[in-house]
Design a protein around this ligand. Structure first.
Ligand SMILES: [Zn+2]
Length: 395
């Protein structure tokens, strides 16, 4: 029986599966073929929802006596873009100058390939684990993320699965392996504000309500003052206005409506609810301050619609998980990674409801780009870091 101890071989197999969301592309089957010889019980639940494509997922567990570690991630990849501009074809896993090229090389088939190799090496060395390891892998991270990690967690928990800690293998390092472990993420909410005016002739503004004045006032109130100064663990909360629209081509017409879209990334000073309440307060105050046209007494007539579900802010406080992973990075490459909460959201925001979670994987520089690639040396080093983590966390 040969175990999948070589991360480069594992990665080449995965890259050759063209698993652009929502296609499985053979990637989960390839992963299943790697995990089964190592003793994993593999399940492949498919989730569906109206209006979204069916998605294949994978949950694999190797059971032992002791704590339960979950490795989480995704085998789906973003589209290749202009295939002709790749130096090496995006699904060929060709190697040049010590780097393997391919879509998903770092985001995040590479992370999966390394963790599989680490577990395989651990088993080869020790015979078995002092606990359980599971792989929670979705094919819907880069897409709408509806039939992926959220449902997979619910499904597994519904069968009685419980986890003590989780590592997500996303590419967390900005420049070099060992730069950064992510221990939390800011929350995120998007909304659209609409000001209702009254259409009319620009020469007769007293007969109209110009919503342009209203939207400018409300946008100003969204942007300042600053929401906070940041915390010890997080950057300051930041709101960006992403669009202001009236869509009126005529210069002699006052339009009836104006809208502004925004997204706010908030730190642990806030919850999704309190930050929404703050935004409502700001808008209400601003709406009462300014009149839409001379002589008008009513406040600005506006409404706000929140888009999608909010992503909640989280910070992992499991010292043992963080210290063990930091120690593994230090032991293998002699560098101390920064503990960060920067960047966008990831599936860790869902996992945090079930167990403490941190993120650590490859270097993210080429993710989503043409010529996505990974240094073979990084694959070996990350495998050794994961291997060391398994030794120490289960030890
Ligand atoms: Zn990813």
């Amino acid at each position: 029986m040969s175990l999948p101890t070589d991360p480069a071989a594992n990665l080449a197999t995965l890259i050759r599966c063209p698993s652009v969301t929502p296609a499985e592309g053979g990637a989960l089957s390839a992963l299943e073929d790697m995990l089964k010889p190592a003793g994993f019980a593999v399940e492949r639940p498919v989730f569906s929802e109206d209006g979204t494509p069916d998605i294949e997922n994978l949950y694999a567990r190797l059971s032992g006596n002791g704590p339960h570690l979950m490795f989480a991630g995704h085998t789906d990849v973003v589209p290749v873009g202009d295939a002709a501009s790749w130096t090496h074809p995006p699904f060929a896993a060709e190697i040049a100058n010590g780097e393997m090229y391919g879509r998903g090389a770092v985001d995040m088939k590479g992370g999966i390939a390394c963790f599989v190799a680490a577990v395989a090496r651990h088993i080869e060395k020790h015979g078995k684990l002092k606990g359980s390891v599971s792989f929670l892998i979705t094919g819907d991270e880069e897409g709408p993320a509806i039939n992926g990690t959220v449902k997979l967690l619910e499904w597994a928990a519904g069968k009685g699965e419980k986890w003590d800690a989780s590592i997500v293998g996303e590419p967390t390092n900005p420049e070099k392996l060992g730069d950064m472990i992510k221990i939390g993420r800011r929350g995120s909410i998007s909304g659209i504000v609409t000001v209702n005016g009254r259409q009319g002739h620009v020469a007769y503004p007293h007969l109209a309500d110009n919503p342009a004045r209203g939207i400018v006032t409300l946008v100003e109130a969204l942007l300042s003052p600053a929401f906070d100064k940041g915390t010890g663990d997080f950057q300051p909360t930041n709101l960006e206005v992403t669009s202001i629209d009236i869509g009126n081509p005529a210069t002699n017409v006052i339009a009836a409506k104006a809208t502004a879209a925004f997204n706010i990334r908030f730190n642990d000073t806030w919850t999704a609810e309190t930050v929404q309440a703050e935004i409502h307060n700001r808008l209400d105050r601003a709406a009462g301050r300014r009149k839409l046209r001379p002589g008008r007494k009513q406040p600005i007539d506006y409404e706000i619609v929140w888009r999608d579900r909010p992503s909640h802010v989280f910070l992992t406080r499991d010292d043992r998980l963080i210290e063990t992973l930091t120690g593994s990075v230090e032991a293998v490459i002699g560098r101390t990674p920064a503990l960060s909460t920067s960047g966008g959201t990831s599936d860790a925001r869902f996992i945090k409801d079930y167990c403490p979670v941190v993120e650590f994987g490859l270097v993210g520089q080429t993710m989503h780009m043409v010529d996505e690639r990974v240094a073979l040396a990084d694959l070996e080093t990350l495998t050794q870091i994961y291997e060391r983590f398994l030794e120490d966390w289960f030890g």
